[in-house]
Structure formats: structure tokens, C-alpha cells
Design a binder for this molecule. Sequence first.
Ligand SMILES: CC(C)(COP(=O)(O)OP(=O)(O)OC[C@H]1O[C@@H](n2cnc3c(N)ncnc32)[C@H](O)[C@@H]1OP(=O)(O)O)[C@@H](O)C(=O)NCCC(=O)NCCS
Length: 283
Amino acid sequence: MFLRTIVNNAKRFAPNIRAMSSQGGPLVDLTVDNDGVAILTMQRPPVNSLNLDLLKEISKSLDEVAKNKSKGLILTSSSPTVFSAGLDIMEMYKPDLKRAEEFWTTLQDVWFKLFGSNFVTAAAINGHAPAGGCLLSMSCEYRVMVSGKFTIGLNETALGVVASTCFMDTMFHTIPMREAEYALTTARMFTVDEALKVRLIDETATDKADAISKCKDFIEKFDNIPPLARSITKQKIRQGPIERHQQNRKADLDEFLSYLKHPKVQQTLEMYIQILKMKSSKK
Ligand SMILES: CC(C)(COP(=O)(O)OP(=O)(O)OC[C@H]1O[C@@H](n2cnc3c(N)ncnc32)[C@H](O)[C@@H]1OP(=O)(O)O)[C@@H](O)C(=O)NCCC(=O)NCCS
């Protein structure tokens, strides 16, 4: 059954290159270039924090990329300094629980679509990538990060939040378990050089254009690999976490909602928001 799904999905993935076009919504720009590579740019100023609306648009764009048989996807940001600040804290602070439920299930959808995609995926990380920003990039198959004073990592524990097992699994899939355990428990944010050393990223770049060009080089490596074999291989390698999270979706949602209801979690979030606001007002 699983194999049949993969084969059916992979059949849809025959190269069919479209001319340049641009779509998306106000919060993302989706462009497909003449080589059939889609570029999905998050554009929710100031920091691309992932609120429900942005997640919905990313989810829709991923459907679009799958439907249009793009040969690959590059995920990037319109900000010169931030790839994504991760989940929008305001979605979690004193939340409306109905909306929080939709928020979390949309995040789950985005993860399934990106982590489990048949098309080749790469992230051009042109700035900070904490938490959900790190998750999105780790869900891709290749990461190129622009050098500079940027950091990347899963810092949820610092906010008093336990990263979902889907965040953890994605990190285990990317860097060695020992490094991941240390990073997750200490809320470690890696500098670009540190991230390269543990292979949290694959390459560095001088600027966004260089990062996109290196992502394209990665995607073009597959020009000489039969797409069906590539796609099935990727799906088989990612099958474990995907199946686990398909079975665990409801429990994962319940856990998230129960954290949000916890007064200590709300207190920590409030303090964290104050710190961010103070930092921002000092600029
Ligand atoms: C991403 C980051 C390094 C960018 O730094 P920066 O460019 O100096 O930007 P600022 O910190 O000044 O943030 C700009 C604005 O975005 C807000 N913001 C930043 N991250 C946010 C987030 N994850 N959710 C909601 N709002 C956020 C700030 O409060 C600030 O708002 P204000 O202008 O109304 O005061 C920094 O914002 C950051 O560390 N954010 C928190 C990341 C995080 O811990 N995410 C975990 C979420 S679970």
C-alpha cells in the first residue's frame, strides 16, 4: 500500500518544465523558473514568524509545487536577516483554543508535505533560523546558510516549551543523536560555522543569491538520476518518522494544547515576549 502510494506520487513527478510564473498569497511568493525549480519565499515582515495565515499559505504553495511537477523547491525568505523566527509566539500566548488547534494541525500538514515531498527540496537560509525556522529548513534535503552573525537551532526548551516529537525526529534525521540531544535539552543555537561542523547545514554561502545558486546546483545533481528511484529512496528513508507522526497526530495536538493551558508555560511565554519587545525597543 505504502509502495503503491509512492509509485503513484512519483509518476506525477515526471519533469514538465513550466515557464516563469509567480503566485502564492500576500505572505509567500511562489515562482517557478525556466529550469522548473520553484522558489518559495516567505514574506511576512518583520521576521517571518509562522502564524496560522503564513502556515496556510506555505501549505497551499507546497500543494501547488507538487501539482505543477516542479523538479525541485527552494525555500527562502524575503528578509535580509531572518529566514524565519519560528512559530509565532502570539499564536500560543493566551490562545483561542479553536484557533490554536487549527494552527497546530496546519503546522503538522506543512511538515508532512515538506518532509515527505516527492520533489527535491533545499533551503537557502538567508538569516536567523530559530525553532520552526530550523524545522522548515531541516525538513528539506539540503541546507545552504548565508555566512554572518546568524544562528540556527531548536530553542523551544528556553521558552519552557517541549519541542514536538516531530521537531525532534527531524533533528535526529539531520544531525547525530548525541548532538541533537545536547542541542535540544540546552536550547542550543548554532552559529553558521558550528552548524556546518555538525552538518546541520550542508554549505555556507556569501549571500542569498549564492545560497540559491548552491541550492540549484544540489537540485540539478538529480538531472541524471531516474526520478522514480530517487523519489522512492527518499520516501523509504523518511518512512519511519512519517508513519510515526501519522499515527501520533492526535496525541501530538493534545499535548500541544495541554502545554498551552499550563499557567507556567503562559508565564514563561509572557516573559519571553517582554524580553523580545525590550530588545526591539532598544534598537
Ligand atoms: C529571529 C530573531 C533573532 C530576529 O531578531 P531581530 O531581527 O533583531 O528582530 P527582533 O527581535 O527585534 O523582532 C522584531 C519583532 O518581531 C517580534 N518577534 C520576533 N520573534 C517572534 C516570534 N517568534 N513570534 C512573534 N513575534 C516575534 C518581536 O517581538 C519584535 O516585535 P516588535 O517589533 O513589535 O517589538 C529574534 O526576533 C528572535 O530570536 N525571535 C524569537 C525566536 C524564537 O525564540 N522563536 C521560538 C518560537 S517557539
